[in-house]
Design a binder for this molecule. Structure first.
Ligand code: FE2
Length: 269
């Protein structure tokens, strides 16, 4: 597969329209709906929000690195599960056969090789709902904050399963911002999860660019690229599937939140 590596090196992202076949988008959405239908949250709903570090103490969150966990929107109190979830994560690609098949198709393997992952490992998968009206914002961050390797290798494949635009919370990026340093690190510590500041440097003074993405578009995100997404205040959903890969040649930090003691990481085979 050929991609514009000059653009990727310059900008820290690539927007690949019509990457995932419509049938695969359909299959992921249908399977997610089945998983939701089969999910009984019981009395304790687990709220996940990147702005609320309260989740950091939550064993459910930590265990989801090797499981299929369900996370609610903050603003969804009392709403039915089907319209209240923020995401499903983080090992769908290893534990669910539909997500496994689509995540490990040859087009994705080819893309991973094309962007320089020599020993790609599929580390994390998330089905992101960004529900109509209540889908929360995701603040500016670098994915290497959460998935840290030495050297940095985490690479995001973000796939629009609905048309994503400014009104329903499409991705926002700071082009070229991946050439800066890693600012923060989220890690396990004795007392729980902590967010360390590694570098106080503010984000570069670059005008954010909205990556409007029709269904089936795949966005490659460099692990150091600052990105965000606004809340969804529209009446339309903005489902997306995000897969994060690392290079097996890099050292995976033992204090990353995501640990897989019982489920070895796999590549594309
Ligand atoms: Fe991210």
């Amino acid at each position: 597969m050929k991609v514009d590596l000059d653009a990727y090196d310059r900008d820290g992202f690539l927007v690949l329209r019509d990457f995932l076949p419509s049938a695969d988008c359909d299959a992921l959405q249908a399977r997610a709906a089945e998983l939701v239908a089969g999910f009984d949250p019981g009395p304790a709903r687990t709220v996940f929000s990147t702005r609320d570090q309260g989740h950091a103490r939550d064993a459910y969150f930590l265990g989801s690195g090797g499981a299929v966990g369900f996370f609610f929107e903050e603003a969804a109190a009392g709403q039915p599960v089907a319209v209240a979830l923020n995401k499903i994560g983080h090992a769908l690609h290893d534990l669910d056969p539909v997500f496994d098949r689509i995540s490990r198709q040859s087009r994705l393997a080819g893309l991973a090789a094309a962007v320089g992952l020599q020993q790609p490992l599929l580390l994390q998968s998330m089905y992101l709902f960004k529900q109509p009206h209540i889908g929360g914002e995701v603040g500016w961050h670098q994915d290497a904050t959460y998935l840290y390797t030495r050297p940095s290798s985490v690479t995001g494949f973000w796939i629009a399963l609905d048309d994503a635009d400014r009104d329903n919370g499409c991705l926002m990026v700071l082009p070229g911002g991946h050439r800066g340093t890693l600012r923060k690190r989220f890690r396990r510590a004795v007392a729980g999860m902590v967010l360390d500041t590694l570098d106080e440097t503010s984000w570069p003074a670059i005008t954010p660019v909205a990556l409007e993405a029709p269904r089936g578009t795949l966005v490659v995100l460099h692990g150091l690229l600052p990105h965000a997404s606004a809340a969804n205040r529209s009446a339309r959903p903005r489902h997306a599937y995000a897969l994060h890969l690392i290079d097996g040649r890099a050292e995976y930090a033992a204090d990353n939140w995501l640990q897989r003691p019982h489920l070895p990481l796999r590549g594309f085979s």
